[in-house]
Design a protein around this ligand. Structure first.
Ligand code: CA
Length: 228
């Protein structure tokens, strides 16, 4: 059964999430503090998606996300943000989260986001190994790895999905809407800003100079283009 960790110190919200995720067919692991979440993640290494509240009694959700990313690029991470804290979204994505859900949220919205992450994790397993070779980059679409000049670059699932889309469409201008629906799914109702934040992060990882990008170039007023 697919395992999901829910880190939330407010018991009412946590129980609400647990009941609904169980109903959706997930096995749910619960944590009420950041430290407890990190312990549970060690105890259950097959957790596929972690849902992290931000305001916690000990270490905050961003720090938990950073520590997850220090050891796993593969796990899906969804931040629970408060409606009033717009900056949380950007901070969460910059620390390596794949997605965020704003409180109050509906069970359907949360499970849709979790389902989408699990689809991405397992997405290419059945496909044959395929290497995309472009410029200094080699992407292996079976084990989701990227190398630049022979050196491994660690990507989150979302970054990988965006880069794969680029490498499958070299030289083609992709609108931010194209990228959003290809990577997050057609039903995703989030903001286009999430695309820009992820592109910024990708550039830091893959460009020679993130301030003067030559691989992912901006198409002003439209989107981005891959030019390796
Ligand atoms: Ca909280």
């Amino acid at each position: 059964m697919k395992k999901v960790l829910i880190l939330e110190d407010e018991i009412n919200i946590r129980s609400f999430v647990v009941i609904n995720l169980k109903r959706a067919g997930y096995e749910v692991i619960e944590a009420g503090t950041g430290q407890e979440a990190l312990d549970k993640l060690r105890e259950y290494p097959d957790i596929g998606v972690a849902i992290l509240d931000i305001m916690l009694p000990d270490i905050d959700g961003f720090e938990v996300c950073r520590r997850i990313r220090a050891t796993s690029k593969q796990m899906g991470v969804i931040m629970l943000t408060a409606r009033t804290q717009e900056m949380d979204k950007v901070t969460g994505l910059m620390t390596g989260a794949d997605d965020y859900v704003t409180k109050p949220f509906s069970p359907a919205e949360l499970t849709a986001r979790i389902d989408a992450l699990f689809r991405r994790i397992g997405g290419d397993n059945a496909a044959n190994a395929e290497l995309l070779n472009q410029g200094p980059f080699v992407m292996n679409t079976r084990n989701h790895t990227l190398e630049k000049n022979g050196t491994r670059i660690k990507l989150t699932q979302v970054e990988y999905a965006i880069l794969k889309l680029f490498m499958q469409n070299p030289g083609r201008a992709l609108s931010r809407e194209d990228i959003l629906s290809a990577v997050w799914g057609r039903d995703y109702d989030g903001e286009l800003k999430i695309v820009d934040v992820n592109i910024r992060r990708l550039r830091i990882k893959i460009e020679d100079d993130a301030n003067n990008p030559t691989y992912i170039t901006t198409v002003w007023g439209f989107g981005y283009k891959w030019g390796a």
